[in-house]
Design a protein around this ligand. Structure first.
Ligand SMILES: [Zn+2]
Length: 329
């Protein structure tokens, strides 16, 4: 196992391999990147290499005792911490602290969502980082590293994961997951370069249903004629969805498909050609374009602020239907 088994992130791979070969990996490493960008995979791959006793500096041999333990839960020299509830508390670190100093030797402590450490936990970690026992490495994973105290950030060697290109996502979904080219194309458009999200969608059996549900709403609005009370209760139901933003993204993509189909008819650009053909006569390009604008604004608003979801959705649905009707040819 080496970093070559992970997809994309060529710059990160080069940087880490170089530091491992030179023996200059810090005792505190921080991987940053949005959820689904691969922080955990890279963190675990680094842990595996650091704990391997095979003798190669930048590769895990796959045969030593430590490497073999990674096929199950990992060796007992790998300590994993993640928040319990909304925080990662000092007790969780304290329980490990004495073991770090007593046991010695190669050890790795991987901390997920490190930005959720309480101030006391951060202070405790800082103390260890100031006088680290030899052989111990901390690997911190954080989606919002700016929330970590500067005193911790300044002690970490920091690596940032970037979104993958669509070619890299396609390679992952087709070669590793064995998805068809069509489904891989569809997911690569949805996952925004995040391999974790791509894999989650690939494993989600209900995905086709979700897309069909989104299309049903888009076509209903385009048809016009839904009385206001019906749209208000639809807004009510949508406001309760945990996956609301993703659901809106799907409605957006259904409209985008319609727009591409009506404007150029190039089916290679469509996520769902069969569905897109139903837009013929159902809406005008101007109506779809206006709809996409409205959805995009709503996604930004709902994602960034504590707006009243139900009110925002009521406004969105009423405006969408009105826009489709006004823009009819
Ligand atoms: Zn090994």
């Amino acid at each position: 196992m080496s970093f070559s088994e992970l997809y994309g992130q060529d710059g990160l791979r080069r940087a880490l391999t170089g530091k491992l070969a030179a023996g200059t990996v810090s005792h505190a490493v921080l991987f940053c990147g949005p959820p689904g960008s691969g922080k955990k995979s890279w963190g675990l791959a680094l842990a595996r290499i650091l704990l391997c006793t095979g003798g190669e500096p930048a590769v895990a041999c796959g045969n030593c005792w430590s490497c073999r333990q990674f096929q199950a839960d990992g060796p007992p020299t790998l300590f994993r911490l993640k928040p319990q509830g909304r925080h990662l508390g000092i007790d969780q670190l304290r329980r490990l602290r004495s073991r770090f100093y007593l046991e010695g030797g190669r050890q790795v402590c991987l901390i997920e969502e490190a930005e959720l450490m309480t101030a006391a936990a951060c202070a405790s970690l800082l103390k260890i980082l100031e006088e680290p026992p030899p052989g111990l490495h901390f690997i911190l994973l954080a989606g919002r590293p700016q929330q970590l105290p500067a005193t911790i950030l300044s002690r970490c060697q920091r690596f940032t994961l970037h979104p993958l290109s669509s070619a890299e996502i396609l390679e992952l979904l087709m070669n590793k997951e064995g998805l068809s080219a069509e489904k891989a194309q569809l997911l690569s458009r949805l996952c925004k370069g995040l391999p974790g999200l791509a894999l989650q969608l690939a494993g989600d059996q209900s995905f086709e249903e979700q897309l069909a549900g989104a299309a049903e709403i888009a076509f209903k609005l385009a048809a016009g004629g839904s009385p206001a009370h019906e749209l208000l209760s639809l807004a009510d139901a949508m406001a309760e969805r945990e996956d609301l933003l993703f659901h809106l993204e799907l409605i957006y993509l259904v409209c985008r498909d319609g727009l591409i189909f009506l404007l150029c008819g190039d089916e290679s650009l469509l996520i769902n050609p069969a569905q897109a053909r139903c837009w013929a006569g159902a809406a005008s390009p101007a109506g779809l374009e206006r709809g996409m604008d409205l959805i995009q604004k709503a996604v930004q608003e709902l994602g960034a602020t504590n707006v009243n979801r139900r009110l925002a959705l009521e406004g969105l649905l009423l405006q969408l239907q009105r826009g489709f009707v006004l823009c009819r040819k």
